[in-house]
Design a binder for this molecule. Structure first.
Ligand SMILES: NC(=O)c1ccc[n+]([C@@H]2O[C@H](COP(=O)([O-])OP(=O)(O)OC[C@H]3O[C@@H](n4cnc5c(N)ncnc54)[C@H](O)[C@@H]3O)[C@@H](O)[C@H]2O)c1
Length: 516
């Protein structure tokens, strides 16, 4: 620090070169009077890394985000996020003027200057179901190579990693140190923590700034203390809510739950497995509802009112998707098998979800009989609204099946079409400019993603453009009454009872039949 001169504004500031004011760093008073401003490196600028970096800089920490992908870093330096996430671009701009955030391709310099180094790289599934830890391993080694004895650092695993990865990271950091500075390794001190991420794409900023809980697994008090300090503004909610991401009414202190490393790693997997299972359960019950004539949304409301169950994640649909649930359940199954345990519940959760995607094809077959040569329009491609993420998206599975069966597939998505074109050039999908274009001459529409703009579509106008007016509502976005009144032959998920009731009502109200 000496050569850089003394900073008059921040107790722990290491950005003295050009002066903090030039870097736009706020003083401690402006950040709520805390003495907790820290220097942070985040490795990986995907959904988790970019959002984590932006939020930590917004609450006052000085953050560098690092990625090996030069294209991503170039775009981020221009203030352009590489993912679609509402308000992320705005938050990055604000973060630059608060704690300060920059983007690099080399981890060495930033990691050496940091108190906390997050690993937020991808952990995609291998064909065996096991999580691919190679990116994590490379990141851990590069951190080790950057370490010196100037300060105590915490290496924090934010990627979702198999149980035991905390220990692996510690070993790899040590190996990185031994390779780079064999003579100094005894003087280089660091701790390892696990800080699982629970954000949901589409509302990632709110989830990160106002989390239900922060879980920190650490094996030493020093690391835990630094993590408490880092998250103090979030725990205390002492920062001003950014525009566009309002603080939920009544939010008090956020619980920080400290655990062992292994428990923290397990908490992430268990949380995702439970949520996936809850959706799968709703789908199973919906399928039975269809057969017995019950209305699944009513049944879900009825059970969700039980405080032991809760109403969220009980919406029947075409199944869950996204980058996490499937991969994390596979990884947990793999870990369980390594320990000689066969988890039938987790396996069933995967199987039920795969079958649910197929349900759409069955519904189309029931209505159209022959799918070969038919034109099917997909309303939505992203695995959920407000994201362009297509990883394990049900839409892709449905499109693949339909194309394999000889159907023509058209699609319209407000955000994810560009990503789909780039990532799946093999899928011969005809991309449309609007829902109206999609409906034109189609034999059926399938609502796959419940984008906000789909809620207000003019259904009658869409029906009027179609060759056959079939609507498979894979998210139960419309009422059977509204869709039927618009001229559609409507099918939802688990909703035949309501449709029949509507028909019966219509029959009762038919002209000539006097109503009391
Ligand atoms: N996406 C989510 O909703 C979500 C939610 C919770 C947890 N997670 C977990 O967080 C982790 C990251 O997920 P994501 O969706 O952000 O992944 P992502 O694939 O979008 O981004 C990962 C980034 O890491 C970069 N990278 C890989 N190796 C690197 C290295 N050695 N040095 C620097 N950069 C490197 C890649 O270039 C990529 O930009 C995963 O383990 C995931 O399971 C994701």
């Amino acid at each position: 620090m000496g050569s850089q001169g003394k900073c008059g504004r921040h107790a722990r500031c290491i950005f003295h070169r050009k002066g903090c004011a030039l870097l736009g760093i706020l003083n401690r008073q402006e950040l709520g009077g805390t003495d907790s401003i820290m220097r942070v490196t985040v490795i990986g600028t995907g959904y988790v890394g970019t959002v984590t970096g932006a939020c930590l800089a917004y609450v006052g920490h000085r953050v560098t985000c690092v990625d090996t992908d030069e294209r991503k870093i170039a775009r981020l330096r221009n203030g352009e996020p590489v993912i679609y996430e509402p308000f992320l671009e705005e938050l990055l701009a604000l973060a630059a003027g608060r704690g300060g955030i920059d983007f690099q391709t080399e981890v060495g310099g930033p990691a050496a200057e940091s108190d906390v180094i997050f690993i937020a790289v991808g952990t995609p599934p291998l064909p065996s179901g096991e999580a691919d830890s190679s990116y994590l391993e490379a990141a851990a080694r590069s951190i080790g190579a950057a370490m010196d004895g100037a300060r105590f650092r915490v290496v924090v695993n934010k990627s979702t990693v198999p149980v035991g990865s905390g220990n692996l990271v510690e070993t790899l950091v040590r190996e990185g140190i031994a390779d780079a500075r064999p003579g100094e390794r005894r003087h280089i001190r660091f701790g390892v923590a696990s800080n699982p991420e629970f954000l949901r794409e589409g509302c990632a900023l709110a989830d990160s700034l106002y989390p239900d809980r922060i879980v920190i697994g650490a094996s030493d008090e020093g690391s835990l203390g630094i993590m408490r300090q880092l998250y103090q503004p979030l725990v205390e909610q002492s920062f001003e809510a950014p525009p566009g991401v309002p603080r939920p009414a009544g939010l008090g202190k956020v619980p920080l739950f400290a655990t062992t490393l292994t428990s923290a790693e397990m908490i992430k997997y268990a949380a995702n497995a439970f949520l996936a299972m809850k959706i799968g359960f709703a789908n199973e019950i919906a399928n039975i509802c269809e057969r017995v004539g019950a209305e699944a949304p009513e049944v879900m409301t009825g059970i969700g009112l039980d405080s032991r169950i809760g109403k969220r994640f009980l919406s029947p649909g075409v199944g869950w998707g996204g980058s996490c649930f499937g991969k994390d359940i596979q990884s947990l199954l793999h870990t369980a098998r390594e320990y000689g345990y066969e988890s039938r519940l987790l396996q069933a959760s995967l199987d039920v979800n795969t079958a649910q995607r197929q349900m759409v094809i069955q519904k189309l077959q029931e209505k159209l009989y022959i799918l070969k040569g038919r034109t099917i329009g997909l309303l939505g491609l992203a695995f959920k609204p407000d994201t362009d993420d297509l990883r394990d998206a049900p839409s892709l599975h449905i499109a693949e099946r339909l194309l394999a069966m000889g159907a023509r597939v058209k699609a319209y998505d407000p955000i994810a079409m560009k990503a789909c074109r780039e990532q799946r050039p093999d899928l011969k999908i005809r991309y449309c400019e609007s829902a109206g274009d999609l409906a034109q001459e189609s034999d059926a529409l399938v609502l796959v993603t419940e984008w906000q703009e789909f809620r207000t579509l003019d259904l009658a106008s869409l029906a009027g453009r179609m060759a056959t007016r079939i609507l498979v509502d894979g998210r139960n976005l419309y009422t059977a009454e509204a869709a039927t009144a618009a001229g559609f032959d409507y099918t939802g998920i688990g909703r035949t009872a309501r449709a029949r009731t509507a028909e019966q009502r219509e029959a009762r109200a038919a002209p000539g039949e006097a109503r009391p």
